[in-house]
Design a protein around this ligand. Sequence first.
Ligand code: S3P
Length: 444
Amino acid sequence: MSNIISINQKIISFRKKTIFVEGDKSLSIRFILLSALSNGKCTAYNLLKSEDVLCAINSIKKLGIKVNLNNNYCEVFGRGLFGFKYKNGLVLDAGNSGTTARLLCSLLIDTNQTVKITGDKSLKKRDMSRITRPLKMFGANLKDNKGKLPITIKKSKLLNPIVYTEHLGSAQCKSAVMIAALKTSGITKLKCSPSRNHTELMFKNALKVPIKIHKKNKYDLIELDGLREFNSFNYKIPGDISSAAFFIILTLLSKKKSLTIKNVNINPSRTGIIKILNMMGASIRFLNKKIYKGEINADIFVKSKENLKAINLDPKINSSAIDEFLLIFLAASQCSGISTFSNLSELNKKESRRLDWGIKILNMIGIKTKRIKNDGVRIWGNPNLNLNKEYIIKNYLKDHRIFMVSTIAALVFGGKWKIYDPISFRTSFPSFLKILKTLGAKIL
Ligand code: S3P
C-alpha cells in the first residue's frame, strides 16, 4: 500500500445498508492478557486482529504462553497467575498500544527476571507515571524513563495490597491496579473516577474472581482479594463502538443515508458519542439488545439528519466518549450554533495530541474553532459547509484515528484530500477502508 490516499468526491447515497465492524479493541486486549493468567485453554471468537492486539499476543507468547490464532477463533493456553516463563533481559514491544504497555507492566510486577517494556515513537511519548506510581506502591521494582517508556521491571521484595485513588478517569490505570491486585496477597481498595468498566465485568463474569464494586455518584469503589487462581474461560467479542463511530458520523452527516451496524458493544461507559449526537438532534437507536457476560451488545441504527443543534457538553460525559471526540467535533461543525466542550486535557495524551489536531482540522476546513479555558474547545458550526479546496493531512506520529477521521471528513464535506499514512488504521480497525468501499466510497 502506498503511503498516501486521495479522496476527490463525497460518498454517494446509500440506504438500508448493513455492516459489521471488527471486534472491540479493549475487550480483545483484555482477553489476551487475562487469559494468559488463567488455568487452561481460553477461546475468543471475533477477536480483533489489529496491530495493537497482535502486540499483546506477541508479548504473551514471549512470556511462554502458547497462542493459536486463526481466522475464526483465538486460543490462549493460560499457565496460571504465576506461570510465565522467559529469560532474563527479555524485551517486550507494545508497538502503538497504550493499553498493552500499561497492562503488561502490571502483569509483570512479580517478575523474577529483568524485563523491559517498550513501544513505538508515539507510545514512547506517552505518560507512564500514571501506572508506575500505583505499581511502585504495590512494591514493584520498576524504573521508567522520566515517566515514559521504556520501563524496566526487576525482581522485587514482597508485594503488598494498596489503597489507591484513580482520579484521571483512566480505564488503563484502573485496570493496571486491578491486575496487580490479582497478583498480590490481601485486599486492594481502589477509588476511581468513571471510565470504561470492561475489566470489572470480565473479572466478575468471565474470571469469576472475588471483586466488590460499589457505584457512588461521582466515583466507583472496587475491592479485590488477590492471589485467587481462576479457570479458563471463553469469550465472544462484540463489535467495537469506537470503530462503528466512523460509520455513524459518515451516515449522520451526509445526505439520504441509513445504516445498521450489527452486534456492537454498547456498554454505557462507551456510548457517550450516541448520547451526544442524540442531544444534537440525531435519532440513533439500539436494536436487538442482548446481555453477554455482563456487557450489553446491540445493533445500531442511524440515518442522515439535517438541522443538528449545538450543545454545551457536561464534561461528566467525556470519559464515555474519549476516543470519539474528533468525530464529535465533526458533528459539532455541522450544528447550527456554537458548541462548547471542556476538560479535554486527556485528549492531548493519546497517540498524538488529538485536541490540537481536532482544532487544526476544523480551522483548516473553514470552521471557526478556538481553544478555551479548562482544556476546552468552542466550535462555531456551519451546516452549509461544502468544500472545494485541497487539504493535506500528515500526522507525523501516524495516529490511526487522525487518519480515519480525516477520511470521513473528506467523504462527507467534499474537496480534494490527500491523507498520509493509510496503514495506520491497521492499529485498531484493519477493515476500515474495505467497509468504506463496500458503501461506495471512492478512495484512490
Ligand atoms: C482504553 C482506555 C482509554 C482509551 C483507549 C483504550 C482501554 O484510555 O482511550 O483507547 O482499553 O482501557 P484511558 O484509559 O487512558 O483513558
